[in-house]
Design a protein around this ligand. Structure first.
Ligand code: PBG
Length: 326
């Protein structure tokens, strides 16, 4: 027999003890549920590469929100899908006062005043080039893009947004948006910066959902190189100084070290975006019977909490809520 002072297995002996010593937990309060809205009425279209996730028309979205709220989910993030005919170089549709997206924000706010609504700020849903900024001679131009992003943010705040979510990765946009919001009296509207957003292969299914894939090239001149972590800290220093209320790492699952680095270095909440490709991988494997989908989902999400995420944006939000409520 070994003489051991420490036998870590004692703290794993029963379910009750394991629960007592558990270091991290998931709560429905941690989650923001990303949702998609499209034009039209009375339809919802399932996204092929994201089983269980739909593009809703505004009326069906409002119905769905009743269920979302009844599960205890308190926050959503909304993305629009626009037809090609509404897209142009400057994403002009995003600023039209009665455009689908702004209309949806204000309808949701008036019907569900307690729901926290996060928005998306970037050109891609409205861009005929499928890029997050204005394209000039094959280049994505920064400062001219930021001017549009500021206007977009103000329009969204006017429509009832609680949290503005710039997902574009242009330089200087957080400070410019903060100034713009404040100048219009929206000092209470928050900014969740997509601070460390990587040029990732895991966004594929999302681009299917929005029909927003870039028409040429890739997003590597604005989204970050997956090899870098110091650069994430630099982005965070800038976003922090420019006034971000919450800083996001995206994607989440392959970037747990980045979540940890931001959590350790900055005293504001850190969020993680459990992106479309991460959702699709688990769904595909589970549908094939290759993994236990529920268990893999919970393990994946818990790893984000363990790494330091305070908030998780996830297409799994409803499924997690159901499991946590049981
Ligand atoms: C674009 C945007 C993307 C996502 C959110 N906003 C994709 C991209 O940068 O091409 C991806 C979300 C996901 O994959 O779930 N502004």
């Amino acid at each position: 027999m070994q003489i051991l002072n420490r036998r870590p297995r004692r703290n794993r002996a029963t379910g009750v003890i394991r629960a007592m010593v558990q270091e991290n937990t998931l709560s429905v309060n941690d989650f923001i549920f990303p949702m998609f809205v499209q034009e039209g009425t009375s339809t919802k279209v399932e996204i092929k590469s994201m089983p269980g996730i739909y593009r809703f028309t505004l009326d069906t979205l409002l119905e769905e929100l009743k269920e979302v709220q009844s599960l205890g989910i308190k926050s959503i993030c909304l993305f629009p899908n626009y037809p090609e005919s509404k897209k142009d170089k400057y994403g002009s549709e995003s600023l039209v006062s009665d455009t689908l997206y702004l209309k949806a924000l204000s309808e949701i706010k008036s019907k569900f005043p307690d729901l926290v609504i996060m928005t998306d700020v970037a050109l891609d849903p409205y861009s005929s080039d499928g890029h997050d900024g204005i394209v000039d001679n094959g280049k994505i131009i920064n400062d001219e893009t930021v001017e549009i992003l500021v206007k977009m943010s103000i329009a969204q705040a006017k429509a009832g947004a609680d949290i503005i979510g710039p997902s574009d990765m242009m330089d200087g946009r957080i400070g410019a948006i903060r100034k713009g919001l404040d100048a219009e009296g929206f000092t209470d509207v928050s900014i969740m910066a997509y601070t460390a957003k990587y040029a990732s292969a895991f966004y594929g299914p999302f681009r299917d959902a929005l029909e927003s894939a870039p028409k040429f090239g890739d997003k590597k001149t604005y989204q970050m190189n997956p090899a870098n972590v110091k650069e994430a800290i630099l982005e965070a220093e800038l976003d922090f100084a420019e006034g971000a209320d919450i800083m996001m790492v995206k994607p989440a699952f392959s970037y747990l070290d980045v979540i940890k680095a931001l959590k350790e270095n900055f005293n504001i909440p850190i969020s993680a975006y459990n992106v479309s490709g991460e959702y699709a991988m688990i769904k595909a494997a589970a549908q094939n019977g290759w993994i236990d989908g529920d268990k893999a989902m919970m393990e994946m999400l818990l790893s984000m909490k363990r790494a330091g995420a305070d908030i998780i944006l996830s297409y799994f939000a409803k499924e997690v809520a159901v499991l946590l409520n049981d």
